[in-house]
Ligand binder design. Structure first.
Ligand code: ADP
Ligand code: MG
Length: 906
């Protein structure tokens, strides 16, 4: 009975989650943006409504109408000013933009209507009559009406979607903007409409929630977290499933609150469940990387004189500053450390983490526990606390490794909220700690506590910042940094060159977590009294925004980024008073983020660096970075013959739904031979390469590499067994230079390099192998260019160079000659022959240029409809009747022209 009673109680909240989740789904479908600001819209709507109804005594229905109209306008304006201009920006930028919009709304309401942050209780818009369902089960009428509202909203939306032209156009726009445009709907009209209706729907959710939770900015804004979880259960697609998900989360929370005595599980458990589902359903590699996305620029990692001067200035400032000013200096430096952790995880490795402040909070929590409950000296408690955070960060890293984009943001946010509810904001867990004293920080006789020795503490924190900054610069310059950037640029390509994408991501998360936890521990040691209220989930979001302002790819960006935060030195200077800024700083910060994302997504540090470079060039202090002359060899010299390897595919089958992309394929490839694969588009050639190289697991059959069954191994592991591939879609690392692209393939990075690179980056000059491949591909003159600056042919050659520069014994090339003209085509033919003859590489050559295939290959395999229809020496295959019929039939003319040309040549 009680079980049912609590389920019914949970239904009310569940319905609210569902309505907000539906708003998220509508916006996602109509504009492709994950709206983190949905909760803030709900909050704004709720404040507006109850203010109109209760303070201005406007009748409820009228107040509702005004609220919905106003919020619709807010939604449309948000779309016009923020989302539309970011149409082609990276998904991460758009996410950060919605976070900024959320912060902006939250701050505006906080500073106007919600002064003091008190939670107002409001009367439900629906009658609250008690209804008795059974003897011990009763419910207020308004809860039932909440559920009805949720169902009604879902029903109306589904009807619009299924049965109106607008719904059809919205579905079309999600697939393809051009299709929608051809139907007479401008994508912008749809964007405006979905954002307007999304905001109005969110407002409904807010109005319904306020009677349950009270009118509070924070609670309502973070309603977005369970709503995102509910939207996920519907796959951001199905509205009925979203409704069910929302109701279920509400019920689960209600039951957990009743039956689990530890507070926090009610909030945490449903989120953890969603995270688990996301992790299980996720994949280690994306199916196709969005290579067109431009990532924020990263610093060079060189420690120059400005950095040294900065350190000296900071040290002087600390020693000379009056004690009263030290507080803000220390605060600035500690915040810098947290922002540095974001530079590692989000800037260098491209993973949006919304949990950094929560991890800092964990560091603080462990420090307090160790110091207070275990009597560990503070100087020891800090590193121990950092160590204790590693398992947690490992968990976050594993979750992150299996998701990307929107689901990564939701996973990290979900984990942050869960950790917050279970530990950092958990009154039960903290009851023995809050307000308790932590021992003053001292190492032997050296007193470093901030209370009595603020200068010493400030110097300590400055040293910590410096060490972390130097370590990060080392990381950036070394082979490990190249791997991080490669994963950020293109996960599939990184995996194809032997980079274990999962390890790299976990590494980045762990390193960043250690840095953040260290900051949290130091913050705790600084105040000497347990207080975890500063480590909010919202703090992680403002930290992301601040880092974006400073420059998320730059070590200096972390320091610059602290300008946007209250309590820092810059805030003191900017606001000109002792308070160090407060709400205004956050408000202005959110605004600046929007401007920065819209105008120059790289942040202030990137702007400064660009200016400095221009200035130096003006002053003729540096010449444009000169290329080291490359060893010019027309053929691949240094016959470093590769070890013999054999690749065998046995009865391999791959199905996509009903389509058999590969059907019972048997193939053998060994070192020293070139095997050509030809066949019409859709024959299964690319799928064959995907399957052989570990990008696709076959539905049946086995892949054997040098006698070892590798069917279940991923691409990186197969690379270590001597197999490398290229991609039909090139999949270049767009923000690495040509040289870096190629070098990455030849980097030998044993696991311990992950540690040693932090202290001393291994950065040997490129090997002769790399140089000769670059020469052979005609890329000498462009080694320090970015791929996007190259013409189509060069981009193709770069993708080939990258595959060939590794030590692989077997290379699978997917249409390497596509887009190559005369001389480049000849160069490719020469390269392929040199690879096999001089280096003993075995090549699988998928190619449409039959001329090239018949000229260079030892054997040719012809595929059609996923089957091998002929194979053998070129001369035989060419005359095979089935081949001429099935494949060459279509291109008979070109075969003729080939033979005509051949005849002409001879
Ligand atoms: P090819 O490279 O020879 O042009 P592919 O290997 O790309 O051919 O495709 C073979 C078949 O498998 C085609 O019918 C294609 O539509 C289908 N296919 C390939 N990749 C996918 C996928 N990810 N999902 C569904 N079908 C796919
Ligand atoms: Mg293909």
């Amino acid at each position: 009975m009680e079980l049912i009673q609590f389920a019914i109680l949970g239904l009310g909240l569940g319905a609210v989650y569902a309505v907000l989740a539906e708003s998220v789904v509508v916006v996602y479908k109509g504009s492709g943006v994950l709206n983190f600001a949905a909760g803030a819209q709900a909050m704004l709507g709720a404040f507006l409504f109850y203010r109109l109804r209760d303070d201005y005594e406007i009748p409820g229905v009228l107040a509702l109408a005004i609220t919905l109209l106003a919020m619709g306008a807010v939604g449309a304006v948000t779309y016009q000013l923020v989302i539309r201009p970011l149409r082609s920006a990276p998904a991460t930028s758009r996410l950060v933009a919605t976070l900024a919009v959320m912060t902006l709304m939250l701050q505006v309401v906080d500073m106007t209507w919600a002064k003091g942050g008190t939670v107002l209780s409001v009367r439900s818009p629906f009658p609250e009559t008690q209804l008795t369902i059974a003897s011990s089960i009763s419910v207020t009428a308004d809860r039932l009406l909440f559920v009805l509202t949720g169902i009604l909203a879902c029903f109306v939306l589904v009807m619009i979607e299924r049965h109106t032209r607008l719904g059809l156009a919205t579905r079309a726009v999600a697939e393809n903007r051009l299709v929608a445009a051809s139907m007479g709907w401008s994508p912008d009209a749809i964007g405006n409409l979905t954002w307007a209706s999304g905001a109005a729907l969110a407002a409904v959710a807010g109005i319904l929630t306020a009677p349950l939770s009270g009118l509070s900015t924070g609670t309502l804004t973070f309603l977005v977290v369970p709503a995102l979880a509910a939207a996920l259960t519907g796959g951001f697609r199905s509205l009925p499933l979203t409704l069910a998900g929302g109701l279920m989360i509400g019920i689960a929370q209600s039951e957990l609150t009743r039956y689990v005595s530890t507070p926090g599980w009610g909030t945490a458990a449903p989120l953890l469940l969603v995270v688990v589902v996301l992790t299980v359903r996720g994949s280690n590699l994306p199916s196709q990387d969005d290579v067109s996305e431009r990532r924020p620029s990263v610093g060079s990692g060189r420690v120059g004189w400005p950095a040294v001067a900065g350190f000296a200035a900071a040290l002087t400032l600390i020693v000379a500053a009056p004690v009263s000013a030290l507080d803000s200096i220390t605060a600035t430096l500690l915040l810098t450390i947290i922002l540095l952790s974001i530079v590692i995880v989000t800037g260098y490795s491209g993973q949006l983490s919304l949990a950094q402040m929560t991890i800092a909070g964990l560091g603080a929590y462990f420090t307090a526990v160790l110091s207070i409950e275990a009597d560990v000296p503070t100087a020891l408690a800090i590193p121990l606390a950092v160590a204790l955070c590693i398992p947690v960060s490992l968990l976050i890293g594993i979750v992150a490794a299996r998701s990307r984009g929107a689901s990564l943001a939701i996973s990290t946010l979900g984990l942050a909220v869960a950790i917050d509810a279970l530990v950092i904001a958990n009154p039960q867990r903290l009851s023995a700690l809050v307000g308790q004293q932590i021992g003053p920080l001292a190492v032997g006789e050296l007193r470093l506590d901030a209370v009595n020795h603020p200068t010493a503490f400030a110097v300590l924190v400055l040293l910590v910042v410096t060490v972390i900054a130097v370590v990060m610069s080392n990381l950036r310059r070394g082979a490990t940094g190249r791997r991080l950037l490669a994963v950020r640029a293109n996960e599939r390509a990184a995996a194809s060159l032997g980079v274990s994408v999962v390890s790299v991501k976990i590494y980045a998360f762990c390193l960043a977590a250690c840095v953040a936890a260290g900051a949290g521990a130091l913050m705790e040691a600084r105040v000497e009294t347990t207080d975890l209220t500063g480590f909010t989930v919202f703090g992680s979001i403002t930290a992301i925004l601040n880092t974006t302002i400073g420059g998320v790819g730059w070590v200096s960006g972390a320091l610059v980024g602290t300008t946007g935060a209250p309590g820092t030195v810059q805030a003191q200077i900017l606001t000109g008073d002792g308070s160090g800024g407060s709400g205004w700083m956050v408000l202005i910060g959110a605004f600046v983020v929007l401007v920065i994302i819209l105008c120059s997504p790289d942040g202030i540090s990137a702007l400064i660096s660009a200016q400095a470079t221009t200035l130096r060039q003006r002053l003729h202090m540096t010449h444009r970075h000169q290329l080291t002359p490359l060893a010019l060899e027309s053929t691949l010299g240094s016959p470093a013959v590769r070890p013999p390897v054999t690749l065998t595919a046995k009865a391999v089958g791959v199905r996509f739904g009903g389509v058999a992309a590969l059907d019972d394929i048997d193939i053998v490839l060994t070192t020293g031979e070139i095997v050509g694969v030809i066949g019409p588009n859709g024959a299964g050639k690319s799928t064959l390469i995907d399957t052989l190289s570990g990008f696709r697991r076959p539905n049946s059959g086995r892949v054997i590499l040098n006698g070892k069954d590798v069917t279940r191994l991923g691409p990186a592991a197969r690379t270590h067994h001597g197999l490398v591939r290229s991609f039909q879609q090139l999949e270049l690392f767009e923000d690495l230079t040509v040289m870096e692209n190629v070098r990455l393939a030849a980097d030998h990075t044993p696991w311990w390099r992950y540690a040693t690179d932090l202290l001393r980056p291994a950065n040997r000059p490129p090997s002769t192998q790399v140089l000769s491949v670059i020469t052979a591909c005609g890329l000498n003159a462009v080694t320090d260019r970015l791929p996007r600056e190259l013409d189509y042919g060069r981009r193709h050659l770069l993708s080939i160079a990258r595959a060939c520069a590794s030590d692989a014994s077997l290379i699978l090339l997917d249409e390497p000659a596509a887009g190559l003209q005369g001389a480049d085509r000849a160069r490719l033919g020469q390269l392929l022959r040199d690879l096999t003859r001089n280096w003993g590489v075995g090549l699988l050559l998928v190619e449409h240029d039959i001329d090239l295939v018949f000229r260079t290959c030892d054997r040719v395999i012809v595929m059609d409809f996923g089957r091998i229809i002929a194979s053998g020496p070129p001369a035989e295959v060419r005359l095979d009747a089935r081949v001429i019929e099935a494949y060459l039939g279509k291109t008979e003319i070109s075969v003729d022209s080939v033979s005509v040309r051949k005849a002409g040549e001879e």
